[in-house]
Write a protein of this length. Structure first.
Length: 463
């Protein structure tokens, strides 16, 4: 028997969303918010906010839990407390999931235990009632994710997916802000927003002593819609051309960018923006080379591209997706491509992720993704020749750009070095991502870097 924190400390390193793999956590409980409306005697449902001080900077995690006198059949038990109660992993517990959806749809406040939280039901989803417990089922979405998503199915009405953010940051989460703005502007290219939960907690690092941000985001669940990564992989595997699909994905991307530029602030980049970007690219290159030494041989070439990229004209800065790749897009037969997960790159600090940026970042991300389809198949399937796969990727990349340029009117080929700079920046990020998560795939982004540098598109004198 033990304290909540001791039990969570033992359990957290085995969780897929725990970022400190291989390192012992040093946890501190900031507080919790208790979900309202739980009527079962002796049972409470809440969400702990726990700071891990072991990494630098420290990471704030959200951990839904249920305390019960005895576990249910199938409960995921975290451990037994001093009190004799059991601490249960909340996202798998029907009391927690029912209280969560009721709090969002009923716009209820949590019981604050050091952390305040409030549910909001989106006007776009109006008319959906709080279901009776017997009219809703919930299960956790399987698969690798940075957060934990719960699928709700109702006796009537479209299913809902609620994403419980595992790492919390002060400020609006772009995932909620951008998708809600797009959905409210009538874009069919994101799922309908259902609602969210915002919270407020202590933060000694802030002048006010408190921080606030999104804790949960709920949206329509597009059941059965395959993601574009799967669709593209199947096409490449069966040697089916992806040109039309890639062109329409490019066109959809441009439409989403246009809507974001219409409904959220944009601004002209100035000299300071360019200086800051050059400094950011340089810092990121240093950090990536330090972690993946194989990038070292490309450093000078990458620096030349970065230097050239800040000398060409830049278009306006605007809100973008931020971590755009084929796995972030679903194909829904009745509405085409639907974009998900606008949280930005998980390895970048939130202060960078919620800033306006060039659309080039998203376009570059997707171009890299076509390269990944070819690269991953070349690694895993002996029956596909590398030149053939390269040709598949290069046709898809060209079609994606064609589709984007046709709809946006923004000729990203005119100053190709700028797009190359973003593609290189993405590829070095991917090298670090693969180094940490899938070392067998490190050669995919490294090959991408080598190819980009061999195109010789830089027309500035070499130093
Ligand atoms: N609205 C949705 N409809 C259908 N599937 C979804 C929806 N949102 C997420 N998914 C599925 O869940 C996966 C993880 O979602 P994502 O937003 O990328 O979460 P994470 O931030 O945990 O990576 C997606 O790749 C997709 O397969
Ligand atoms: O989806 P996430 O926000 O968690 O993004 C991270 O993981 C992605 C891998 O799942 C990673 O994407 C890279 O691999 C993809 C294939 O699995 C490929 O399509 C992408 O182009 C490539 O970047 C992403 O970079 C990372 O942030």
């Amino acid at each position: 028997m033990n304290s909540t924190l001791a039990l969570v400390s033992e359990w957290i390193s085995g969780q897929r969303w725990f970022a400190g793999k291989g390192r012992h956590p040093s946890l501190r409980l900031l507080g919790e918010w208790e979900l309202p409306g739980v009527t079962e005697p002796g049972v409470s449902a809440s969400s702990l906010l726990v700071m891990d001080d072991a990494p630098e900077p420290a990471v704030l995690y959200q951990i839904p839990v249920v305390r019960r006198p005895s576990p249910l059949f199938g409960s995921r038990v975290i451990g037994q407390l001093h009190s004799g109660e059991f601490l249960i992993d909340g996202v798998h517990d029907p009391v927690w999931t029912y209280a969560l959806i009721s709090m969002i749809l009923g716009e209820r406040d949590a019981i604050p235990l050091g952390v305040a939280a409030t549910g909001r039901h989106s006007p776009a989803d109006e008319g959906r009632p709080i279901p009776r417990p017997e009219d809703v089922t919930a299960h956790v979405l399987a698969g690798e994710q940075s957060n934990t998503s719960i699928i709700f199915e109702f006796a009537t009405g479209v299913p809902v997916i609620a994403k419980v953010y595992r790492q919390l940051h002060h400020g609006d989460n772009p995932d909620v802000v951008l998708q809600s703005a797009l959905a409210e502007a009538g874009s069919p290219h994101v799922p309908l927003s259902v609602g969210d939960i915002r919270g407020e907690w202590d933060d000694v690092g802030r002048a006010s002593g408190r921080a606030d941000g999104h804790l949960v985001f709920a949206q329509e669940f597009l059941d059965g819609a395959p993601d574009a990564w799967r669709v593209a992989l199947v096409a490449a595997e069966s040697e089916v051309d992806f040109v039309d699909s890639a062109r329409s994905l490019g066109a959809t991307t441009a439409l989403v960018h246009q809507t974001l530029a219409r409904v959220l602030p944009t601004r002209r980049p100035d000299a300071v923006d360019l200086e800051e970007r050059a400094a950011l690219w340089a810092r990121r290159l240093d950090a990536c080379v330090a972690e993946v030494p194989a990038l070292g041989e490309y450093r000078a070439g990458i620096e030349r591209v970065h230097a050239a990229a800040v000398r060409v004209p830049w278009s306006d800065l605007q809100r973008i997706h931020g971590d755009y790749h084929l796995g972030q897009v679903l194909f829904a037969p009745d509405r085409g491509w639907v974009l998900l997960d606008f949280e930005g790159e998980p390895l970048r600090p939130m202060t960078e992720r919620d800033q306006p940026d060039l659309v080039h970042r998203d376009v570059a991300g997707m171009l890299r993704s076509f390269d990944y389809v070819a690269g991953s198949l070349a690694l895993t399937s002996a029956s596909h020749s590398a030149p053939h796969l390269r040709q598949w990727a290069s046709r898809a990349r060209k079609a994606f750009l064609d589709g984007y340029i046709r709809v946006s009117g923004n000729d990203l080929r005119a100053n190709r070095v700028l797009l190359d700079a973003f593609e290189l920046d993405k590829a070095i990020y991917e090298a670090v991502y693969e180094h940490r998560n899938r070392p067998d795939w490190e050669s995919i982004p490294l090959g991408g870097v080598a190819r980009l540098l061999s195109h010789g598109r830089i027309s500035v004198p070499r130093t």
